[in-house]
Design a protein around this ligand. Sequence first.
Ligand SMILES: [Zn+2]
Length: 278
Amino acid sequence: MARFLDRNNKKFSALTFSVYFLFLSGFLIYFMRHQKNIQNQLKQPIDLVEQTTKTPKAPTQVRWKSPLTTNCNSADLRLRTHLLSMPLRIKQIKAHPTNFGLRLRKDLFSQRLNPNPTVIVLHETVYDLTSAVNTLLTPHPSDIDQVSYHTLVGRSGDIVQLVDPSFRAYGAGHSAFNSRWVFSNRDLSGSLNNFALHVSLETPGDGSHNLDVHSGYSPSQYDALARVLADWMVRYKIPATSITTHRYVDLGGARADPRSFAWSELQKRLTALQLVCK
Ligand SMILES: [Zn+2]
């Protein structure tokens, strides 16, 4: 009897091992194919000229007029030294994969797209940094609930990188920049996410409401924001005239962020870094 049980146990173990082995191999093959697909897509040559004939036209927007390029002052060299020598406090926390996607090279209507980021959108978190990070870490299986920014800038100047700039963050819904948008999803409207970089500033404690103003952002926050923007502007050749706000790009009229944003504070820093008013 004991021998009979032992033999059956051995058979059972061999069977369990085979099932595990097959499952693991299947998973590994799936994972490696998925990774290869992503890498192949990223390696394809980029065609910078878009086709738009079949894509529905975005509503006509008043052209974005950048507050960064008017009332220029000369560069503050002490500020430049400060910005270039300050230690950056960067944390990398990966947003949940349901909250970002690949930058598309073709839209819903099979029209060619330039997947390079060409515009930077400023936001604010409304609630604190931890709450914003938690939202991006939460799985959102439904397309309508998905939300993300590439980077968050905390009140103390902490920089949190959540979505790599080579991917599409879902920072804006129904939106466009200078009447340009992209359709990527059958169930959603056109949006600028495919060609945008999104950065969100942590709102001060007195701003967790729907009113128009709050006490604004800290000097450390403007310093860190300037460094984040400088990196993107140089890396992707984005001019200061293409740094805009969620308020401007939103076509639904419901977004007002970033509220109480001092453009002169950002201009001062980007001038010091020789990126505007040259
Ligand atoms: Zn926003």
